[in-house]
Design a protein around this ligand. Structure first.
Ligand code: GDP
Length: 394
């Protein structure tokens, strides 16, 4: 019988995460026109997992699914030599360019903003390359101004949403004394003041109960952002770009999220080369593709993690949202696993790697049995035990 995990191993309850509760989360590419979004998206499409790997769902043309590079997964596949290998992936949506005034319907404004509402996080692409041939919608290259433009559009759209919600709530409050209406109204007033102050919702210190209400709104500025700075290859190679320090300073003052320097032209050229040629090019020019970092950072930014199931039949990554408890994680595999959940037998990847086999992990007393309240951690290797109504057991 595996040892029971001690109570102290169970993570303290964290504040609920802003955003949708789902394991099917996606990130959208956002930015002004002519910053390099399409080239980036086309490059990602070429790196996509083939559609036939998703037989039961349609993959839209504006959607790319890219495997998450992970040495742990590669190692597990080496160990088990399984018949089937299924890595985790990030789903990326191409959201066409946003312009100033979008919240009032400028350009294809409101359409774009509704596409942003449908994703769970944002890759914000910034233009930090100069080229007189490529026009900028606002005439000059100035990524900090562009950051202001886009973040303001998103905030204005959120204010519009909150205003509408306030109106609805006020109507309802005339008809009912429901305390919940008042609580929501107060929160909306707070959120509106916060936004009007030029601050994004995701940067607020909201209480758990507030987060639950906020999650019913899907506000645009509540979504996590990763900044992708598109520069020319020379700047990327020498890790210097005249706009980068200013972008860095701006981001530090606005939440300090991750900034990833990239050169989309380089990425495009690399995917168009045979693999060995691309590797040779990178070595000779002392550059590295930014795509693996972009994919991993995007996945973590939208609060996804994965656990492994591993054996000779299959090594598979199961994506779940951070903070998911064992029964719901089991439900990612099959709803019966969740309904009839008995326990999760968990190995830490590091233990398996160090000790070499499942038997050695068991012998070392590191194969643990976890119950319903266990919060699944990234990289756990799990075997679920469950009852089905017929009394079967896996
Ligand atoms: P989008 O409107 O943001 O989707 O931008 P695109 O990906 O269509 O790129 C807009 C234009 O900028 C295209 O003509 C690209 O060739 C050009 N472009 C993108 N990245 C770079 C770059 O790093 N340097 C230069 N000189 N041009 C670039």
């Amino acid at each position: 019988m595996p040892p029971k995990a001690s109570k102290s191993k169970e993570a303290a309850p964290e504040r609920p995460i802003l955003g949708r509760f789902s394991s099917h989360l996606k990130i959208g590419i956002v930015g002004l026109p002519n910053v390099g979004k399409s080239i980036l998206f086309n490059t990602l499409t070429k790196l996509s997992i083939p559609a036939e790997n998703f037989p039961f769902c349609t993959i839209e043309p504006n959607e790319a699914r890219i495997n998450i590079p992970d040495k742990r997964f590669d190692w597990l596949c080496q160990l088990y030599k399984p018949k089937s290998e299924v890595a985790a992936y990030l789903e990326i949506h191409d959201i066409a360019g946003l312009v100033r005034g979008a919240h009032e319907g400028q350009g294809l404004g409101n359409n774009f903003l509704s596409h942003i509402r449908a994703v769970d996080g944002i890759f914000h692409v910034l233009r930090a390359f100069e080229d007189p041939e490529i026009i900028h919608v606002d005439d000059s290259v100035d990524p900090v101004r562009d950051l202001e433009t886009i973040s303001e559009e998103l905030r204005l759209k959120d204010i519009e949403f909150v205003d509408r919600r306030l109106e609805d709530l006020e109507k309802s409050m005339k008809r009912s004394n429901d305390k919940q209406l008042k609580i929501e109204h107060e929160l909306c007033e707070k959120v509106k003041a916060w936004l009007k102050d030029g601050k994004d919702v995701r940067l607020g210190d909201w209480k758990a109960a507030d987060v639950e209400i906020l999650n019913t709104f899907q506000l645009l500025t509540a979504k996590p952002v990763v900044y992708l700075v598109n520069m020319n290859e020379r700047d990327y190679q020498r890790k210097k770009n005249k706009f980068l320090p200013k972008i860095h300073a701006w981001v530090q003052n606005h939440g300090g999220e991750t900034i990833i320097p990239s050169a989309v032209f380089l990425e495009k050229n690399l995917v168009d080369m045979p693999e060995d040629e691309a590797a040779k090019y990178c070595e000779e020019n002392k550059v590295q593709s930014a795509i693996p970092k972009i994919i991993k950072t995007g996945f973590a930014a939208i609060n996804l993690i994965y656990f492994f199931t591993a054996g000779p039949d299959e090594v598979k990554c199961w994506q779940i949202r951070r903070q998911t408890k064992a029964p719901q994680a089991a439900g990612a595999i099959h709803s019966d696993f969740e309904k009839g959940f008995i326990c999760a037998e968990v190995m830490k990847f590091e233990d398996l790697k160090e000790l070499g086999s499942e038997a050695a992990v068991k012998a070392a007393g590191k194969y643990r049995q976890e119950g319903k309240t266990y919060v699944v951690q990234d990289g756990d290797i799990i075997f679920f035990k469950f009852n089905v109504s017929g009394g079967g057991k896996k």
